[in-house]
Design a binder for this molecule. Structure first.
Ligand code: C2E
Ligand code: MG
Ligand code: MG
Length: 712
């Protein structure tokens, strides 16, 4: 029995093949002394017979045997199964080189020359046996490792310190697209896309410098599909790294699936309650760091049960999916519009279950900033949802809680937003309620104002007033500024500074501005026909209108429908509007310019723009803000700045108008310093069309006497 690989080996077995009985006895004695068991054969044939049933650990063969050629015996026994590696020691008297060579050729392991040196013979046999056992063990281990390497899925790359491929072994899932002979000898940079090669090389260098293993993941497109890989790198020599690369695409897909199941609602694909909480908690921490505010909107569909009960759950599900989709659209527009400059905050929509949805609005400065978003949701959901040809109407009730005012943790905030939502239900549904009463009252007031403004736009409560712009040389009105007025049935006169922002948030500004522009242009045209001459009409634009993208078309429509020549229309923009997005500004201004409309910068001096900056745009008129004009005659600093503005604006070819002129000193100052036109209570207050008309008929608003005085 072959005991070479057992833990406690039995004494090794030696087969001695020799014709000479004495020699056999001597060999046996020496071998037994060294711990061998011994079997004997007196000739070649007998030896081969014995070997068919016995597995000796070492064979001693005298080549001089009479029944067969000793070398032939050696050759034959090597061919027997199981004897490929058994050490065969030739015992020979011929020590000439030829017979030694011959012995090796037929498979001998070693040889012992006669006469035998008995002192070392036994040791030598043990040594031969040991090295042959070591060799066998190595072979087994190598066979095992190569089986192992074939069995594991990883591909194994060996590289030098510069990332050059030294060799490669494909694993079970060999996914190498390029055959090894095409990349062996090349560096990673030559073989892989740079976005993989670069980090891979960094990891490789780190392995060599730190001695610790590195792991990294990358993606690679193979035959049109994106696959994910994980590479583990270890140092395998002084300047050598071995990388085990595994395809982890399936694992990634499972992870994604698990993620999807655990954190997303499977009907709407929106984040579920758990993920919403995670987002909320993250955003609360963010708020703490930035001293910001966040709002959560709790939304519940009104009478959703009726849809489910009467039209079935399939329809109910379809409604929920559509609501989720519209809310997601709202989020996108929130990110784009409602929070300019607050890109850091997160907005997300989630479905908590049933017909309950939540929206998180982070990165806002004021809790009330969430209200326009909620209004947008009401508006978005008011459009019918068409399912299988049937129009369905759903409305939500929305509760809003804000951090940090309405709760210090996610749970409390959600609970309070829920309570606010109930308040909304109690108070008539399809509405918004804040958890905090103070915000509620303000929101309610705002909401009422909005509803009234809507009504005013339909009815007759809005009016356009006109304020003359007076030429300082002639003293006559050469232009008019159109200013919106709202006479509220209960609250009386509401200034534009109060209702213009409401109109912007309620999405009414376009309609309002267009109405003002239309009315003012029609009026200018009428005055012209009555013989008032070339009176320019200045109309204020809102930021929203300016950035809506269709300004040129709106202006063209108004001009076409009123018949006012374009050179008689002037649009007023504020500095802030011009500064916000230079590219959009330039396009919009050029379009207006092309039409022949003149462009004025309103309230100049209150913003941050420099004249040098404004030079980039095709501007015609600069209006010095009235807060500036106010101290012009008393504050030397303001006076100096105003003077400089006038000089520079004129050097840019712009007409300068001083706004809000209330005193004769202010007027005198502007006149003296080269200002072209003025506007203000001193000359004329804004007035209704029939009042303003009086200024147009040759009346000198700046009298000759005063003009003379100012000139002195
Ligand atoms: P603005 O364009 O700078 O208009 C000038 C404002 O100064 C007007 O206020 C006018 O009544 C007031 N004003 C004129 N002369 C004097 C004066 O001597 N002293 C004082 N203290 N004030 C004077 P108003 O009509 O209240 O308008 C305020 C702002 O509302 C306007 O400022 C303009 O930015 C905006 N606005 C008014 N109408 C419209 C409109 O139709 N569309 C848009 N987008 N904005 C408008
Ligand atoms: Mg203005
Ligand atoms: Mg102004």
């Amino acid at each position: 029995m072959n005991n070479r690989h057992t833990a406690h080996p039995a004494p090794p077995l030696a087969l001695v093949i020799d014709e000479d009985l004495t020699m056999r006895l001597l060999l046996r004695q020496s071998l037994e002394q060294h711990g061998f068991r011994v079997e004997e054969a007196s000739g070649g044939k007998q030896a081969l017979e014995i070997l068919s049933g016995l597995q000796p650990d070492i064979i001693l063969l005298d080549v001089v045997i009479s029944d067969m050629d000793g070398y032939a015996v050696c050759r034959q026994l090597r061919q027997l199964a199981g004897f490929e590696d058994t050490p065969v020691v030739i015992v020979t008297g011929f020590e000439d080189v030829d017979s030694v060579n011959h012995a090796y050729k037929v498979g001998a392991t070693d040889f012992v020359g006669k006469p035998i040196n008995w002192t070392i013979f036994g040791h030598r046999m043990r040594y031969i046996l040991r090295s042959s056992q070591a060799f066998a063990a190595l072979k087994t281990s190598e066979a095992r490792s190569s089986a192992l390497l074939r069995a594991i899925p990883d591909m194994i790359f060996r590289q030098d310190g510069r990332g050059r491929y030294l060799d490669f072994q494909g694993g079970r899932e060999n996914l190498v697209v390029v055959p090894p002979e095409e990349f062996i000898g090349k560096t990673m940079e030559e073989v892989l896309p740079s976005q993989i090669a670069e980090p891979a090389l960094q990891h490789l260098r780190r392995v060599l410098s730190s001695g610790s293993g590195q792991r990294f993941e990358y993606q690679l497109e193979i035959e049109g599909t994106l696959r994910y890989f994980e590479a583990r790198m270890v140092a395998s020599g002084v300047d050598e790294v071995t990388s085990l690369v595994r395809d982890i695409t399936d694992q990634k897909l499972y992870e994604d699936q698990i993620q999807q199941l655990a954190f997303y609602d499977n009907l709407t694909d929106l984040p579920n309650r758990r993920l919403f909480f995670e987002h909320l908690e993250h955003e609360i921490r963010q708020c703490d760091r930035s001293d910001g505010v966040l709002a959560i909107l709790f939304l519940d569909l009104d009478r959703f049960k009726v849809i489910n009960d009467t039209l079935g759950h399939g329809t109910g599900d379809a409604v929920l999916v559509e609501v989720g989709r519209r809310l997601t659209d709202c989020v996108r527009s929130v990110d784009a519009v409602a929070r300019p400059g607050h890109e850091d905050g997160m907005t997300s929509v989630a479905r908590l279950g049933g017909d309950e949805f939540t929206m998180l609005i982070g990165g806002i400065q004021d809790a009330r900033d969430s209200e326009p978003v909620a209004r947008r949701i009401l508006e978005t959901l008011s459009a019918p949802i068409t399912i299988e040809g049937r129009d369905l109407f759903v409305t939500p009730s929305i509760g809003i809680a804000t951090y940090p005012a309405d709760g210090k943790d996610a749970g409390t905030l959600l609970k309070n937003a829920d309570a606010a939502m109930y308040k909304a239900k109690e108070e008539g549904r399809n509405c918004i309620r804040f958890y905090s009463n103070s915000i509620n009252d303000r929101a309610l007031a705002r909401f009422t104002l909005e509803a009234d403004l809507r009504a005013a736009l339909e009815g007759e409560a809005l009016e356009v007033y006109y304020q003359p712009q007076v030429d300082l040389l002639s003293g006559k009105a050469i232009g008019m500024e159109a200013l919106a007025r709202w006479n509220h049935p209960q609250r009386g006169f509401i200034p534009p500074s109060d209702f213009i922002p409401v109109a912007e948030e309620a999405g009414l500004i376009d309609k309002l501005s267009q109405w003002v522009m239309q009315t003012a242009c029609a009026q200018a045209r009428a005055w012209r026909q009555q013989g008032a001459g070339e009176v320019r009409m200045a109309v204020n634009l809102s930021a929203r209108q300016f950035y809506a993208g269709d300004l040129a078309r709106v202006v063209a429509d108004v001009l076409a429908s009123t018949g006012l020549p374009s050179r008689l229309l002037e649009v007023e923009l504020t500095e802030g509007m011009v500064m916000k997005d230079p590219k959009v500004t330039l396009t919009a201004l050029e379009a207006l310019k092309e039409m022949g409309v003149s462009i004025a910068v309103d309230d100049f001096g209150t913003g941050y723009s420099s004249l040098a900056y404004l030079k980039k745009y095709p501007l015609d008129v600069l209006k010095i803000d009235r807060s500036f004009v106010h101290d012009i005659a008393t504050d030397p600093d303001d006076a100096a700045i105003a003077r400089a503005i006038i000089v520079m604006a004129k050097s840019l070819g712009m007409v300068v108008i001083g706004e809000g002129v209330e005193t004769e000193q202010q007027l005198a100052f502007l006149q003296k310093n080269g200002c072209d036109q003025v506007q203000g209570y001193l000359l004329a207050r804004p007035a209704c069309a029939s009042e303003a008309e009086k200024y147009l008929h040759g009346q000198q608003l700046i009298t000759g006497a005063f003009r003379k005085q100012a000139a002195d």
